[in-house]
Design a protein around this ligand. Structure first.
Ligand code: 5AD
Length: 346
């Protein structure tokens, strides 16, 4: 299997059969080799730099009812909140002082944040912090809305595709959500000129290795700038409450495979991975990740932005613990630069 990994590293490609083997292997030496190769490729693209992004979870209202997600519309037990523009700016203020040069505005699909309100917030951040990148993660919108946000100063957009398979999309989502719409949104975002991120959960209910293979093929065709991958973790107030958690090891293998396929990809070691295992950040990086997204949301809302159970909120994933995170990273030989950390391809 080493030759498959070498081929993937050399050509950014492998056959379906070969990829399926890598997705599924439990051989520790092969996993170790994946990690070594992914690290090598990451270093070629980004040296020893790990990029940080300040995550601002500004609303947990959501009009969608995704079966896996704790802030789904029909979860009546979720304590809903919205941050004001001033609160959002104050998160940016603290983040900027701590060295963050990317702010990620993440939220449920909350109709209260109309196009006009979002443009107002994005413009205000852009005006106050012109040296910072603004990433949006606010779901499916029309192309013209995406364009307005881009014109207001947003540079990047995270919208996980969740699955590249239309019928599996129907297992994870209610009927009123359509896979084709998700695909169209990702195309629109790319055409507008955003740095675009897609991604999926690993080990969600009824997911098979073949479905993950389809995700990899989709990622290859979209050529996104960012890919978010984390293990599925059940939330107690969702239809998937009784389902098994996704495997951290399979998540790590997928991080490596994606790094080898897209040498310049911006690849976060996600909070879900950190939640699943406490060394999730360091392990994620060891398997090819180069981004960490600490939380800059006000402390009192972090528990409310609970998309899965036991979300890690107070350790190195917390924005105010950035010094601790930097120390841990430095102890492992990594540097955390104080700049936007843009994509380095092309
Ligand atoms: N477990 C893991 N990841 C989840 N997400 C949503 N709910 C869960 C869960 N229960 C992921 C989805 C979504 C992103 C914001 O978080 O992929 O796109």
């Amino acid at each position: 299997m080493r030759n498959i990994i070498q081929k993937l590293m050399r050509t950014q490609d492998a056959s379906d059969q070969e990829l399926l083997q890598l997705i599924q292997t439990e051989n520790r030496e092969i996993e170790q080799y994946l990690s070594v190769c992914a690290t090598q490729v990451r270093e070629r693209s980004y040296g020893n730099h790990i990029y940080i992004r300040g995550l601002i979870e500004f609303t947990n209202y959501c009009k969608n009812d995704c079966l896996y997600c704790g802030i789904r519309r029909s979860n009546a037990h979720a304590y809903r909140y919205r941050l004001t523009k001033e609160e959002i700016l104050s998160c940016c203020h603290m983040g900027y002082a701590a060295g963050f040069r990317t702010f990620v505005l993440q939220g449920g699909e909350d109709p209260w944040f109309t196009e006009a309100r979002m443009v107002d917030i994005i413009s205000a951040i852009h005006k106050k912090y012109p040296d910072c990148a603004i990433t949006l993660s606010i779901g499916e919108k029309s192309k013209s809305e995406y364009q307005s946000y881009f014109d207001a100063g947003a540079n990047r957009y995270l919208l996980r595709h969740e699955t590249a398979n239309e019928s599996y999309y129907g297992i994870l989502h209610p009927r009123d959500m359509q896979w084709k719409v998700r695909m169209q949104c990702l195309q629109d975002l790319k055409e507008i000129g955003y740095q675009v991120g897609c991604g999926m959960m690993v080990g969600s209910p009824k997911q098979t290795p073949e479905l993950l293979l389809e995700d990899l093929r989709y990622i290859q065709s979209l050529q996104p700038h960012m890919v978010g991958i984390g293990p599925f973790l059940p939330h107690h107030d969702t239809p998937f409450r009784m389902e098994h958690t996704g495997s951290a090891k399979q998540t790590l293998r997928l991080l490596s495979i994606v790094r080898l396929m897209l040498p310049h990809v911006l690849l976060p070691a996600t909070t879900a991975l950190k939640t699943k295992r406490s060394d999730g950040h360091i392990k994620g990086i060891a398997f090819g990740a180069n981004v960490i997204m600490p939380n800059l949301s006000p402390q009192e809302v972090r528990k409310k932005y609970m998309i899965y159970d036991n979300k890690a909120i107070s350790g190195e994933e917390a924005g105010e613990q950035i010094l601790m995170l930097k120390h841990t990273l430095q102890a492992h030989g990594y540097d955390v630069p104080c700049h936007r950390g843009d994509w380095k391809g092309d």
